[in-house]
Each structure stands twice: as structure tokens, then as C-alpha cells.
Design a protein around this ligand. Structure first.
Ligand code: N01
Length: 554
């Protein structure tokens, strides 16, 4: 709601001022800082963690590993960094990614502009001066012309309100807030709640240490083998010699991966050929199963079922106990409509004597007791509970900060029925705020560093343009925002994605609106659209000249 008088956040007006404040020092915040420095934009980065890494700082749970291949799960902007850094495994582990981001931070001398152990709690737009007032959990306040969120899509953890958790006398951990020092599971009875991409990584690793592991599964998932392996020197040599071509393919692709599109329907080949194609992708491992087999898996239910049936057949081949195998076979959502996990020995783990699958769909968790978890079937005594229960995804990291735009309107209030923005990067009513990989951008449907790089570069170019042309303010128009939201919704409706109760659609958090929150139109198309908008002088945005603001502020 607009007020007649310009809304002004209350503050001592002598607080320090930066051109830009960036929230978060993960992949996006680090690169944003680097680009802003190149523009001569004074920047302060606030980071809640004690080091760089963002998601990769907090998610240090056992088995944490990236599901994109290491050689593209990185920055592409610096040839020096690409040549200097050498990945050791096909899928990089959390410690290796954390080391990489620390190396980049040092290489680019980024730390001196990052304030660690500081959480941004609020940001309010001051209409009179066109600046943002940013408040931290230390009570510090600073002004900035540009407020840039680099908070990630999966950083606000979701801990379901299990009755009795506070009475539990053992230890419990959420995977997204894993202790720095690690946990020793030797000789422990461990309960794992959640079988998403995280739980599927955790289970086989904890199973090797724990006395016994109970996996509490509500919904089975379709996991594809990762086939992780060390990278040999010849592979690295060839990669470093051909990185240019690799990034070209990445830039052309919908998912920000070095995968060329396939032009083949699952229904246009014989059952035998179909099985051969799935088998080849299964042997290759990773996201190739989804993206390199058939082009209609995510849009045609019949085509999707061929992939789903193949995966179920593999689960039944792998898991020796037929009842357990059946329980692990998903059937309530199409394959790929929840983020498809990769697995490193997940299904094999259920062949171990010390691993038990508990079906909490059939026998729900009633409460957590001082000594374990009680389902409607009885109590499981436990020493440690691991919550791999996911995140308040996409909007949560933003709405948990008290962000207020023009008229003091809260972002959380504006988004009460689902996110509304333009291109996923700008919000009407919130001038000079940029949300890196915000909701309704391609983000989590892509290899994240590819989506992050595109956003960071577009935002840096935009700020460069504003400064060069004497504009102090930029704001998405209401009309452009409405059109983008409608376009993003329509695009999602043409796919099978909305058929799953996934975190993409907010279904994992009670009370969250059911809106598909990611742009499904493909990163390559999205990039072209963003470029076109910029080339037309930022079509769909209103730009405020310096002079106009100076008058307004008078
Ligand atoms: O979270 P999730 P995640 N009682 O929301 C269950 C990314 N990621 O942390 O499906 C019982 O997917 C819930 O059950 P259900 C990736 O994008 C990336 O695993 O709602 N169970 C589900 O099984 C991924 O998608 C990588 O029925 C409850 C699980 O908890 C995203 O992070 C690695 C429950 C949550 O699954 C999130 O994955 C790992 C309850 N009350 C993750 N509440 C890499 O690439 C929830 N569950 C590195």
C-alpha cells in the first residue's frame, strides 16, 4: 500500500554508506563482489557464516557432494582460475567445493569487503533519498544505493514441527546446519528423516559407521546412479585445453550443463531401443538420464512413465528384499518433477543388516520421545536423529529478512500468495534491489553456477549502465512484473512439474502458497530474453535520473 508521504526508515542518518550491499558470500555473493569492484562500486558483503561458501559452508553433512559435474560446477569468467584449479573427482565433495570457493576468495582478494558472522536482518528503502538502509543482527546499520541478495535458493532450513523434539535426550542435527566439527556415528543408533537428494546422500555414508540406521521414508524418490570417479590427468589436460567449447555448450543449454538437446520422443522408439537408451544413460550416470535420453519426459505423462518404470526396474534389481524394494519404488509423482537425486550406493545400503527402512507414509511419526522416534507402529530407540527435511526454498531465504520497499511494504506481505517479480531478479515497489537467482528465474532447474553467473553479469551490466547514463534508480514496472509472472506460470503449466508435491511448488512447508516458483523456459532462452531487455534500455523497468531524485529528496 502506498502512503501519501514518502516512507522513511528510521535511522541515524550518519550511518556508513556503500554503493552496494550484498547479502551472502556463496557462489553468487563472491562473484557479485568481484564484478562490482571492477565497476568501481564500493561494496560491503555480509555473510552469516564464519567463512565463504554459502550453501557449501552450511551443508557439510556426511556424503555432501554436488550432483553437477565438478568441471562445470564452477566459475567460467576467469581463464586463469579455470587453468589453475584442478578438480579431483567427477562429482565434487563439499570439502572440495568449500576449498575452491576459499581459493577464489583469496585469488581475487575478496575477503577484505566481506563481514563474516553477520546476518542481515532487515533492509528498508528510503524513498526520499533512494537508498536502502540495511540492518544486521549485530545492530549495525549501513546505507546502500543497491541492495543485492545473494542468499541462495536453499538456505532457509525446514525443520517440521515434530511434537516432542525438545524432549529428545540424544543429539539431533539438520543437514543444512551441520556442525563444523563433524559427528562420529560409531556405535550409534541413528534415525534419518527425509529421502530427498540430501537424505539419499547421507544414508550410505552413515550406514557404514552407525551401529544401526533407520531411514524414515514418507515418499520414495527416483535416484539415478552418479558413478563418481577420480579424474585422471589426461581427462584434466583435455578439459583445460577445450574449456572454451565446454562453456559454449553450457551457454546453449537449457539446464546450464554441457549437454546438447535431444530431439527424440520416448514414444517414437521401439521398447527395445528405449531400454537401450535408458540403460546407456544409466551406465553413464548423473543428469544425462533426464536430459540426454528423450525430450518429452517432463511434458508427456506416458513418456515419463517409461523412464519411471525403468528406474523402478533398477531398484528391484538392486534391493534384495522384495518388500523393501517395493517400498523404495516411487509412483505418486512423475520422474523429474521433484529434483532428481543422484545416488552413491543408496539402494545398496538397504541390503546391509544394519539398515532398516521405515514407512512413515503407512505409519506416520507421532512424536519424538526423550529416547527416540515413535510412529503409529511403535518406538525406535535412537542416539542421534538427522533431519534431512529440506528447505523453505526460493522465497524463504528472502522473506526471512524483513525487506521493505516503497511505502514500507514488506516483501513477505507482497508475496503472501506466491512470489511476484520481473525476470526473477527485480521486484516492483523495491527499487534498486536485485535478487540473484530469485524465485521465477531458472535457478534450481539448472547447474547453479551457470544461472548465478548469468544473473551476476546482467546485474553488474545494469548497474554499469545506470552509472554511465546518470540514473540513480531502477525499478520493475507493475505491468512488466504481471506479464513475467503470467509467462512463468504458463510455462510451468505446460510441463509435468506442477503434478508433484515438491519444494519447487512450496508443498513441503505447511501454509506456503502452492505456486510453481521456478522459470522452466530454459536458461539459454532466459539469457536471450534478459539480453534483449537490456539492449532495449531495460525494457519493463522505469529508470530514475539523478536529478529527479535530488529534487524529490529536497
Ligand atoms: O530436501 P527435500 P533435501 N515427516 O525437500 C521429508 C538440493 N540438493 O535437503 O517427500 C517425514 O528434497 C520429505 O518427504 P516428502 C536439491 O536441489 C542438492 O533432500 O515431503 N518426512 C523428503 O523426503 C534438493 O532437491 C545437492 O514426503 C518428511 C525430505 O524430507 C534440495 O537441495 C545435494 C517430513 C526432504 O526432501 C533439497 O533436498 C542435496 C515429515 N514431517 C540437496 N518433512 C547437490 O547437488 C519432510 N520430510 C549437492
Amino acid at each position: 500500500m502506498q502512503t501519501a508521504h514518502a516512507h522513511r526508515p528510521s535511522a541515524n542518518r550518519n550511518q556508513p554508506e556503500f554503493d552496494a550491499v550484498v547479502v551472502g558470500a556463496g557462489f553468487s555473493g563472491l562473484y557479485m563482489l568481484h564484478r562490482l569492484r571492477q565497476l568501481g562500486v564500493t561494496t560491503r558483503v555480509y555473510e552469516a557464516g564464519g567463512g565463504v561458501g554459502g550453501t557449501w559452508y552450511w551443508n557439510r553433512y556426511p556424503g555432501a557432494r554436488c550432483d553437477s559435474e565438478s568441471w562445470v560446477y564452477c566459475y567460467s569468467f576467469s581463464d586463469e582460475i579455470l587453468q589453475e584449479w584442478t578438480w579431483t573427482e567427477r562429482y565434487p565433495s563439499q570439502p572440495e567445493i568449500e576449498r575452491y570457493l576459499n581459493y577464489v576468495a583469496d585469488r581475487l582478494d575478496l575477503r577484505r569487503d566481506i563481514q563474516f558472522n553477520t546476518r542481515v536482518t532487515a533492509a528498508a528503502f528510503d524513498e526520499a533519498t533512494g537508498r536502502w538502509l540495511i540492518t544486521t543482527d549485530a545492530g549495525e546499520q549501513v546505507w546502500a544505493t543497491y541492495f543485492i541478495t545473494a542468499v541462495g535458493c536453499l538456505s532457509a532450513d525446514n525443520l517440521p514441527a515434530f511434537k516432542g523434539l525438545e524432549t529428545f535426550q540424544g543429539e539431533w542435527y539438520h543437514t543444512g546446519r551441520w556442525p563444523q566439527e563433524g559427528i562420529d556415528f560409531t556405535g550409534k543408533r541413528v534415525g534419518l528423516i527425509g529421502t530427498g537428494a540430501t537424505g539419499i546422500q547421507v544414508a550410505p555414508v552413515v550406514a557404514e559407521q552407525a551401529e544401526h540406521l533407520w531411514v524414515f521414508q514418507r515418499t520414495p524418490n527416483y535416484a539415478i546412479p552418479a558413478h563418481n570417479r577420480p579424474l585422471d590427468p589426461e581427462f584434466i589436460r583435455q578439459l583445460k585445453a577445450s574449456y572454451g567449447e565446454v562453456w559454449e555448450i553450457v551457454r546453449r543449454s537449457a539446464a546450464g550443463l554441457p549437454i546438447e538437446p535431444v530431439e527424440r520422443s520416448a514414444l517414437a522408439v521401439s521398447p527395445e531401443e528405449q531400454r537401450q537408451i535408458y540403460e546407456a544413460a544409466w551406465q553413464k550416470g548423473g543428469f544425462y538420464f533426464l536430459f540426454e535420453t528423450f525430450n518429452d519426459i517432463l511434458v508427456n505423462p506416458e513418456a515419463n512413465e517409461t523412464a519411471a518404470a525403468f528406474i523402478r526396474s533398477k531398484i528391484r534389481e538392486t534391493v534384495r528384499d522384495p518388500e523393501v524394494a517395493e517400498l523404495l519404488c516411487p509412483s505418486d509423482h512423475p520422474y523429474g518433477t521433484k529434483r532428481p537425486p543422484l545416488e552413491h550406493g543408496y539402494y545398496e545400503a538397504f541390503n546391509r543388516d544394519n539398515v532398516t527402512l521405515v514407512d512413515v507414509r503407512k505409519s506416520p511419526i507421532e512424536e519424538i520421545t526423550p529416547t527416540g522416534i515413535r510412529t503409529t507402529d511403535g518406538e525406535y530407540p535412537l542416539d542421534i536423529i538427522i533431519f534431512a527435511t529440506g528447505f523453505d526454498a526460493l522465497t524463504g531465504p528472502l522473506t526471512r529478512i524483513d525487506i521493505r520497499g516503497r511505502g514500507g511494504v514488506a516483501l513477505a506481505e507482497k508475496w503472501v500468495s506466491g512470489p511476484r517479480n520481473y525476470l526473477g531478479v527485480a521486484v516492483h515497489g523495491f527499487p534498486n534491489m536485485f535478487t540473484i537467482t530469485g524465485p521465477l528465474s531458472p535457478s534450481v532447474l539448472t547447474n547453479m553456477p551457470a544461472a548465478i553467473s548469468q544473473h551476476v553479469e546482467w546485474i553488474a551490466d545494469c548497474i554499469g549502465y545506470l552509472r554511465q547514463h546518470g540514473y540513480r534508480g531502477i525499478e520493475a514496472t507493475a505491468d512488466a512484473e504481471d506479464r513475467w509472472v503470467a509467462h512463468a506460470n504458463e510455462a510451468a503449466e505446460q510441463t509435468l512439474y506442477p503434478r508433484a508435491k515438491s519444494w519447487y511448488i512450496g508443498a513441503n512447508v505447511p501454509g506456503k502458497p502452492r505456486v510453481f516458483m521456478v522459470y522452466v523456459g530454459g536458461l539459454q532462452n532466459y539469457r536471450a530474453r534478459c539480453q534483449e531487455i537490456a539492449s532495449k534500455g531495460y525494457e519493463g523497468f522505469s529508470l530514475t535520473p539523478e536529478a529527479a531524485l535530488a529534487v524529490g529528496a529536497g
